[in-house]
Design a binder for this molecule. Structure first.
Ligand SMILES: C[S@@+](CC[C@H](N)C(=O)[O-])C[C@H]1O[C@@H](n2cnc3c(N)ncnc32)[C@H](O)[C@@H]1O
Length: 210
């Protein structure tokens, strides 16, 4: 499986300079480092827009808003989009084994501070084209093979510069990413940040920045 991606360590991506002003996550062990990588990838590749799959409580959305320079309370426009299932969706429908869930109020740790566009629907079948150009994606929805493959293929439709996945340490996620990206080897280079849970793919025409 290793041959399908390049291994990289977070010190090649995260720097004090890029981290200036970043929102640091302390809500779960390891998230501080994972989301530092995400912040710095955004700073490095400067996409104009991003779509997050899986808003949940909005902590990741908040990291993205800060990385994109959205100002608290005052920004009118936002380059950040995030999708989750519609309000009142029974978590047991998505997670029958209770392996995850979603909050009653989607994005509650971001929506009252930073402006972003909250979308609702099933990420696998959602029509994102009205929101194009989407230059980056952060895929962090349901962490199984079917969902993660579908989310990856959805992202590729917009020909983004950058796709980031969380939880690459989950075997099904890793397989879905490798399989989903397998037809794109001419266009993208796939990386695994081995000291974090992050995977990412960069379009070859912007790769020189790494
Ligand atoms: C791991 S959480 C996301 C965490 C968040 N990105 C963060 O950084 O804190 C996964 C989220 O994906 C949502 N989700 C799962 N399947 C989905 C689907 N098919 N469409 C939209 N959202 C989905 C869940 O409701 C849940 O809120």
């Amino acid at each position: 499986m290793q041959n399908n991606y390049k291994e990289i360590t977070s010190d090649k991506i995260v720097s004090d300079q890029l981290m200036k002003g970043a929102y640091i996550r302390h809500d779960f062990p390891g998230f501080k480092d994972d989301f530092a990588v995400i912040h710095c990838l955004v700073k490095m590749f400067t996409p104009k827009t991003i779509l997050e799959v899986g808003t949940s409580h909005g902590y990741g959305t908040r990291v993205l808003c800060v990385a994109f320079g959205v100002k608290p309370f005052f920004s009118f426009f936002s380059p950040v989009y995030s999708i989750d299932v519609p309000p009142k969706t029974d978590p047991d429908i998505i997670y029958p084994d209770h392996e995850d869930g979603h909050p009653r109020l989607t994005g509650k740790h971001c929506r009252f501070i930073y402006r972003y566009h909250q979308l609702y629907g099933d990420s696998r079948f959602f029509d994102y084209s009205p929101y194009y150009p989407l230059e980056a994606w952060f895929i962090d929805g349901k962490h199984d093979y079917e969902f993660c493959t579908a989310d990856t293929l959805q992202a590729l439709k917009s020909k983004p510069k950058l796709i980031i996945w969380h939880d690459m340490q989950i075997e099904e996620v890793c397989r879905a990413v490798i399989d989903g990206m397998s037809k794109e080897k001419e266009n993208y280079v796939l990386y695994r940040v081995v000291d974090t849970r992050i995977g990412f793919a960069v379009r070859k025409d912007v790769l020189c920045l790494l």
